[in-house]
Design a protein around this ligand. Structure first.
Ligand code: MG
Length: 308
C-alpha cells in the first residue's frame, strides 16, 4: 500500500446537535441573570469513519454570533471541507473555533491537562464569603468575584480579603459595569488590599482611553475582557497600546490558527477563560492554553456551577 496524501478538498460529513445546560443557580453579573447555557455540538466524520467533535458556545454580548445565527450558518452544510472551514467568515467566531478545533482533533495528541491552576468563580455578593472555602479545600488559590452587582460590595470585599489566606489572590470582574469614579474607588481598595491580582473590564469597551488612564494611575493591573471578545478586537487594542492583560475566551474569540499567529507576533499577557461551555470546547480551549503557556490561573474553575 502506498501512503498517499488525501487531497484536502474531500469533505467531512457534518452533524449538529443543539444542547441546553442549566446552571445549578443563575449566574448573576452586571448584565443580569443567566440561567441556561445553550450551544451546539458539531461532529465531523471523515471518509474512514473517524469522528471528531467541536462546540459552538456563543456569547453575543461579547461580540460573537447568536445561537440562531450559528444554527443558520451550520445548516448551509451537510458536508464541509477543510478549505471551507478555514474560510468561515469572522462574524462567526464561535463557529470558527468549533470547526477548526474539531478539525485539529483528528490529528492532535492530547496534552496532559491535570493539575492546571484554575481561578475559581465565586457567586456575586455576600454568598462569596461562604463559598470560597470549598474551592480552597480543593487546592485553588485564585478566586474571581463579580462586582458592580450589589451596592454593599465594598464591605463584603473587606471581609473577603480578610478571610482569604495569604497565599490566595482575588480577581474582580466588573463586566464593564462601573462608572469612572467607581472604578477608581475599586482600584484604590484593590491597591490597598495587596491581594487583588487584577480587575477585569471596569468600564465599557467604548471607554478604552479611560481604562488606559487607570492602568497608569493604579498598581493593580486591568484585564480587558468585553473589549476583546474576538481576536480582531484583541489585536486592535494591542495596536492602540494596551499592555496590561487580555482575557481570552477561546470558544468565542475565533480561529485558533489566528490566535497562534497573534501569540507569535506579540508578547501578550493572557488569561484563558471559560464561556460556560461543555467539556468539548473546554478541552479544546485548555489545549490551547497549555500550548500557548499562559502563566496566569485559568478562568475555568466553573464546574461547580453545573449540576453534572
Ligand atoms: Mg470578565
Amino acid at each position: 500500500m502506498t501512503n498517499k496524501q488525501l487531497p484536502i478538498t474531500i469533505p467531512y460529513q457534518l452533524a449538529i446537535t443543539p444542547y441546553e445546560k442549566p446552571f445549578r443557580q443563575p449566574l448573576k453579573t452586571s448584565y443580569g441573570e443567566w440561567k441556561t447555557r445553550q450551544g451546539i455540538i458539531i461532529s465531523l466524520q471523515d471518509t474512514a469513519g473517524n469522528i471528531s467533535y467541536g462546540e459552538i458556545a456563543p456569547l453575543p454580548q461579547f461580540g460573537s454570533e447568536t445561537l440562531e445565527q450559528a444554527l443558520s450558518f451550520c445548516s448551509q452544510f451537510s458536508q464541509i471541507t477543510e478549505t471551507e472551514i478555514y474560510e468561515i467568515p469572522e462574524q462567526f467566531p464561535a463557529c470558527q473555533f468549533a470547526f477548526e478545533s474539531a478539525l485539529e482533533r483528528f490529528s492532535r495528541t492530547p496534552i496532559y491537562q491535570e493539575n492546571l491552576q484554575l481561578s475559581c468563580l465565586l457567586p456575586a455578593g455576600k454568598q462569596a464569603l461562604e463559598t470560597w472555602q470549598s474551592g480552597w479545600k480543593q487546592g485553588q488559590k485564585t478566586f474571581k468575584w463579580k462586582i458592580g452587582v450589589f451596592s454593599q460590595e465594598d464591605s463584603w470585599f473587606e471581609q473577603l480579603i480578610n478571610q482569604l489566606p495569604d497565599d490566595c489572590q482575588l480577581r474582580l470582574d466588573a463586566n464593564g459595569g462601573l462608572t469612572f469614579s467607581q472604578a477608581e474607588q475599586w482600584l484604590q481598595l484593590a491597591d490597598a488590599s495587596g491581594k487583588v491580582e487584577l480587575i477585569e473590564q471596569p468600564l465599557p469597551p467604548n471607554q478604552f482611553q479611560q481604562m488606559q488612564e487607570l492602568t497608569v494611575k493604579y498598581q493593580t493591573p486591568i484585564a480587558l475582557d468585553e473589549s476583546v471578545g474576538t481576536l480582531r478586537q484583541l489585536e486592535n487594542c494591542y495596536q492602540q497600546g494596551w499592555r496590561d492583560i487580555f482575557v481570552i475566551k477561546c470558544a468565542i474569540a475565533g480561529s485558533p490558527r489566528y490566535l497562534r499567529q497573534l501569540c507569535q507576533h506579540y508578547k501578550l499577557d493572557l488569561i484563558f477563560s471559560s464561556v460556560m461551555e461543555t467539556d468539548v470546547a473546554r478541552e479544546a480551549a485548555l489545549q490551547l492554553a497549555t500550548e500557548l503557556s499562559s502563566h496566569r490561573a485559568l478562568g475555568f474553575g466553573v464546574n461547580h456551577w453545573f449540576t453534572d
